[in-house]
Design a binder for this molecule. Structure first.
Ligand code: S6P
Ligand code: ZN
Length: 192
């Protein structure tokens, strides 16, 4: 039996309901409203108007009880609601893992995209139910709802990797996601 500074979690089963989008037993659930997304949308005044107005829920993140600590492997389900702010599709804040480690996303419902940026290169993966998106170490990542219903995915990630949200505010994400007239994803330069 290995010895760890932080006692590991005991083996346990987690009921995963891909229809109801639940993990049971469940851990903390996070709700991100428009006001939590300051500095992320290109059109700051459209963001401010929405945040000061009905301040909609943009996404939720529900977790299993596995803690975000070294060597553990937490899981969470993110649900991004459909919408756009001055045309820019609703999205997660996006982050870099300060301790560069890989992560996987499994798309469950709806239609979305996984935007990745390593500071120079941009990658976009279309995410539909059944797609596993692989995020290599060192790539900041953001998810986007590109459809007209909620887009949900399961994330499995190294608990000790940490979350650096300031990285995205400083470096951006390389691209921003819109829809063109035909409803296809239109990736535009980040520009600010
Ligand atoms: C964690 C993983 C996801 C995101 C979630 C919300 O490493 O990438 O669980 O935390 O999709 O995104 P964000 O950028 O607000 O943390
Ligand atoms: Zn992550």
């Amino acid at each position: 039996m290995p010895e760890y500074l932080t006692p590991p979690v005991s083996p346990f089963a987690i009921a995963f309901d891909a229809e109801r989008l639940t993990l049971s037993p469940e851990g903390p659930t996070l709700t991100r409203r428009m006001s939590d997304l300051e500095g992320l949308f290109l059109d700051q005044s459209a963001w401010a108007e929405s945040a000061a107005g009905d301040n909609p829920v943009v996404y939720t993140v529900t977790s299993s009880p596995v803690p975000e600590i070294n060597r553990e492997l937490p899981q969470s389900i993110t649900t991004i609601f459909p919408g756009a702010t001055a045309g820019e599709l609703w999205m997660t804040k996006g982050h870099q893992h300060p301790d560069h480690q890989g992560e996987i996303y499994l798309a469950l419902k709806g239609r979305g995209g996984l935007l990745m940026f390593d500071g120079e290169r941009v990658e976009w993966l279309d995410m539909t139910p059944g797609t596993i998106g692989y995020i290599p170490p060192g790539w900041a990542h953001r998810s986007v709802n590109t459809g007209d219903e909620p887009y949900a995915f399961l994330a499995v990630y190294p608990g000790g990797a940490g979350h650096d949200y300031g990285w995205v505010l400083t470096h951006g994400m390389g691209s921003r996601a819109y829809l063109d007239a035909s409803g296809s994803v239109d990736l535009r330069p980040y520009a600010g």
